[in-house]
Design a protein around this ligand. Sequence first.
Ligand code: ATP
Ligand code: MG
Length: 325
Amino acid sequence: SSPSLAEAEGPAPIAGWRHVYSGKVRDLYVPADVVAAGGASALRARGVGDALAVARAVLVVASDRVSAFDYVLEPGIPSKGELLTTLSRWWFEQLEGFANHVLSNDRDVDSIADVPPVPGDVAGRSMVVKSLDMYPIECVVRGYLSGSGWVEYQASQSVCGVRLPAGLRDGDKLPVPIYTPAFKAELGEHDENITYERTIELVGAEVAAQLRGLSLGIYARAAEIAEAKGVILADTKFEFGADRETGEITLADEVLTSDSSRFWEAAAYDSGDRTASFDKQIVRNWLAANWNKQGTPPALPPEIVEQTAARYRELIERLTGSPAA
Ligand code: ATP
Ligand code: MG
């Protein structure tokens, strides 16, 4: 079942754009005239998939919302949307040679006649992207054993069907990076680790192989770039979609941000300290210690919010060499 069109009480309206969907962290808009042409009520009946399918461009607005264990927490992290958008944009630029969905890096936006302007107050935390047919797979690559990979390894000595050597510890580097896909759950449900064979059933052998190859290739390139800045890219998650005109498998969503990846401080790791991370591990750790996963998660204390924002800024500065907003 496809998610329904977002209700009127969704995020702030943006002139020229129509809100169609909100995930845990991002809000999606399509050009307002697309919706008008299709008829808003007709689209509401058919669901958000149709709104995205008829629109060539999507405005992805990153909010300050933070999620952990698939729950959206309170309060948000100030400037998070802008910080993660800055980082995602920077990575798309670094990943030359891998087709991506960005239309707003001055490259193709002039050639898209029906894209409304993006208001200045939204620009910093948003991207105009090509509307793709998304694959329902979270393409996870792990160079190190951590998180749900570590949990699965302890139970079965494998992750997503990939057999690993015995005796590995939490945070250990893997002999080679591994592809450990997850099925992308509907809003409110939890993503589920799956085997490679299951991805073949979902998208066919050819696409499954391409998704795996692209994911491992992008991880290798990104890990090399990060390593040169003293940062370990422990693991990451990509999402891909097919270009509706050419069919080309295209890198979508956000890439290599502190929401989609684990980044560790290399110097600390090498000296045996495996706690120095630039991602939302601070949030996960606090939540794990203060919540039993029953009912609504407790509000994050101000110092956790501040520490998380500071780590996000530090990562951007380390990687890009420029001060974060
Ligand atoms: P869910 O979609 O289940 O809510 P999520 O919480 O990860 O997952 P967000 O990351 O907040 O959602 O929202 C971003 C949404 O936009 C995702 O569903 C993602 O698949 C989708 N998306 C990203 N890039 C594109 C694109 N180029 N075309 C269409 N959809 C896209
Ligand atoms: Mg997401």
